[in-house]
Design a binder for this molecule. Structure first.
Ligand SMILES: [Zn+2]
Length: 348
């Protein structure tokens, strides 16, 4: 840990917020949950549904003088399984209330059904954008196997965007900031200027604006959400907050969120230009673009890279620089640069 991260965590601890870092089986590594020593005794996120994660959480709670049975409020930040898998077990053992954004409450209430429909949505999106059938099939198996690390949970305290969650010593404003997932929720302590941001903003990696089925919607790949555009709008709203400390869902705290958000905005703008050059060269499917960008990673991480590419194509389409052709029958959708799109021509 850097000295800067140590200082930031010490500042959080002074405010009664402790980072508990829980192992996951996923590429992202550990997930951060936050213990808030207040009344009710609160845990923000829980880690994945595994014995290893549960043991580790228990051990770290004990280091702060608490047991799982002491927890009184469990808060969920978004729909990804590394953040919510243990909620049901913790709620049963502690009798804690479970609070989450209303959209997310419905989703986790029927987790396995929703996860199945998410997979159907993802598959039709992958086919529509030229990902070969064997890759789609392989990803489906991976997704099914991962599902065991999630769990459904009953949310007893649904939250509305903009409402305030009152604890004895603090007030947390509930902010719906979708993009990384449709249900991303931030918790903002305006008095202390501390923001619990989960995966909305991460220090060491750019958050993935994953394209996900809108909660409650049928799996229709033709009407896909524009996750990156949504995400960038959310990021700009977060940029305007006078935060002094941002506690993230993975990795170290963020002390200067404005500079980090500016870096992310510049990164996405550069990547859009790179993709524009690729389609100016020749019309391509999103899968072909992903392969040109990342080679084999476009196969092993097909959905992630597809989401990235489509997000940037949405940005370009919004500016009228790229258009979509085909996608009516079996042939995949292709993207081409509009005449006069600017910066056209082969990649240097
Ligand atoms: Zn996430």
């Amino acid at each position: 840990m850097t000295a800067q991260a140590g200082d930031a965590l010490a500042r959080a601890a002074e405010a009664g917020i402790h980072r508990l870092s829980i192992p996951t089986p996923f590429a992202v590594g550990r997930v951060n949950t936050y213990l808030i020593e207040d009344r009710p005794l609160t845990l923000v996120d829980s880690g994945p549904n595994s014995g290893k994660a549960l043991d580790e959480l228990e051990r770290q709670l004990r280091a702060h003088g608490h047991a799982i049975e002491d927890l009184e409020l469990l808060v969920i930040t978004h729909q990804h399984i590394d953040h919510l898998g243990l909620v049901d077990i913790l709620a049963r053992r502690s009798g804690a209330e479970v609070a989450a954004l209303d959209l997310l409450a419905d989703y986790v209430g029927r987790y396995s059904e929703d996860a199945e429909r998410d997979d159907e949505f993802a598959e039709s999106l992958m086919r529509r954008h030229g990902i070969p059938e064997d890759v789609v099939y392989a990803l489906r198996s991976v997704s099914r196997a991962f599902r065991a690390w999630g769990s459904s949970a009953r949310v007893s305290r649904p939250l509305r965007d903009g409402e305030r969650l009152e604890l004895r010593d603090r007030r947390l404003e509930v902010l719906h900031r979708p993009g990384h997932s449709p249900t991303d929720t931030l918790f903002w302590d305006a008095e202390r200027r501390i923001l619990l941001a989960a995966d909305h903003l991460l220090k060491h990696i750019s958050s993935n604006p994953l394209i996900a089925r809108p909660p409650g919607a049928a799996p229709d790949a033709g009407a896909r959400p524009r996750a990156l555009i949504t995400y960038l709008e959310s990021l700009k709203a977060t940029r305007a907050l006078p935060a002094e400390l941002v506690l993230a869902g993975h990795g170290d705290p963020i002390a200067d969120h404005v500079a980090l958000i500016d870096q992310r905005l510049a990164f996405h703008a550069r990547r859009a230009e790179k993709i524009l050059r690729l389609v100016a060269d020749q019309p391509r499917t999103a899968y072909e673009i992903a392969q040109a960008m990342w080679g084999n990673v476009a196969v092993t991480q097909a959905y992630l890279t597809l989401s990235e590419v489509l997000g940037h194509l949405d940005l370009l389409a919004e500016d009228g620089r790229v258009s979509e052709v085909g996608g009516d029958g079996a042939a995949p959708v292709r993207f081409r640069a509009q005449p006069g799109a600017g910066h056209a021509g082969p990649a240097p």
